[in-house]
Design a protein around this ligand. Structure first.
Ligand SMILES: [Zn+2]
Ligand SMILES: [Zn+2]
Length: 352
């Protein structure tokens, strides 16, 4: 009766349009630390065309000026890295909305969900159809009066957004607010990214995937199995991000909300950098993918752009699939918690 698979309503596209326009028109260069600036401009541009450009970040995306530090990459290369602290909240758009208020809420007034298979508007119809979607009659996210069962206090949110979901919060739509984070502040994350990216002998993964140009961390896949097994939906906003108590606002799907500028023919705009220093561009259309010859990590090299990734379609719940380049030794690439996802938050690592 309800077929949500792969459907994103026309209304949702229309509602995203102002955000996209804002994103492409609203950027401006950040003020950079003198040191970072001098290193960025020492003539590497032609030999490393696709390396990180601090000017690409939106105004307000960085919590402080980036600096350049000596670093050792996982292959032993001693080189220089940018140390970048992102603001932890989108510089160019509001956060939310997330859960629908009732079974009659429209897609415009609620967020989205993706589970590796499909991308769904979490509107009233989704709430009514969720038991059928997941083939399990135990699902019921709404009360008999039609209101949706939402984590509407910090306590409820903390109890629901953890691996061992409090049984009391099973069958809830789970969403938090920035005001509920520690001190009511966005979670800033410092990442260390090679100034000049280097292709690795073999691809790798681990830690966060990267940072978006609007100051948001790109986390690993949301732990969908954990979330669904507790009869919860850790809803994302229309930009593919959500909040957890440890990591703050973070991204799991590329929805085009931090794109910068135009793209050459057959390409899509840049919206992020991966932890190995290579740019991440928006998802290619199906026609474009046929032409692009992407590698196992979703990247390819072009004359105009050098090596760069294209984000997976958001429904896949993983913005990229692996790192093609060398990342920093260990998992220092801005990692704050395993998985960085709702349901895997856990305590902060020692020393943070
Ligand atoms: Zn490309
Ligand atoms: Zn998450």
């Amino acid at each position: 009766m309800h077929n949500f698979r792969g459907i994103l309503s026309v209304m949702k596209h229309l509602s995203l349009l102002p955000i996209l326009l804002l994103a492409s028109a609203g950027y401006s260069s950040v003020s950079m630390g003198g040191e970072a600036h001098s290193h960025a401009d020492t003539g590497h541009k032609h030999t490393h065309a696709s390396g990180l450009d601090l000017n690409h970040f939106f105004d307000g995306a960085l919590a402080e000026d980036a600096i350049v530090v000596d670093c050792t990459l996982s292959d032993g290369t001693e080189t220089q890295c940018y140390e970048i602290t992102i603001a932890g909240k989108p510089a160019n758009h509001e956060i939310g909305p997330f859960c629908p208020g009732s079974i009659s809420t429209s897609a415009d007034d609620a967020g989205i969900w993706f589970d590796g298979d499909g991308l769904y508007d979490v509107d009233g119809d989704f709430i009514l159809g969720v038991a059928e979607l997941y083939g399990d009659a135990n699902w019921k996210l709404h009360n008999d009066d039609g209101t949706v069962r939402v984590t509407d206090t910090p306590e409820a949110f903390d109890a629901a957004a953890r691996p061992d979901v409090d049984p009391e919060y099973q069958n809830h739509c789970v969403a938090g607010e920035m005001a509920w984070l520690e001190n009511g502040e966005a979670v800033q994350t410092t990442v260390t990214i090679p100034v000049n990216p280097i292709l690795a002998g073999k691809s790798s993964s681990g830690g966060n995937w990267g940072i978006a140009l609007n100051g948001v961390i790109i986390a690993q896949s949301a732990p969908v199995e954990n979330i669904l097994s507790a009869y919860t939906i850790a809803v994302f906003d229309d930009c593919g991000g959500h909040i957890n108590p440890v990591d703050g606002y973070h991204l799991h799907g590329a929805m085009g909300c931090s794109e910068l500028g135009d793209a050459p023919e057959g390409e899509t705009p840049i919206f992020a950098y991966a932890m190995d220093g290579y740019p991440i561009h928006s998802t290619l259309s199906e026609d474009q993918i046929d032409m692009a010859d992407l590698d196992e990590c979703g990247g390819h090299s072009t004359e105009e752009l050098g090596y760069h990734y294209h984000a997976n379609p958001a429904h896949e719940n993983s913005v990229i699939s692996c790192f093609k380049g060398v990342t920093l030794e260990g998992v220092r690439g801005g990692r704050r918690s395993p998985g960085g996802g709702l349901g895997q938050g856990g305590p902060r690592p020692a020393g943070e």
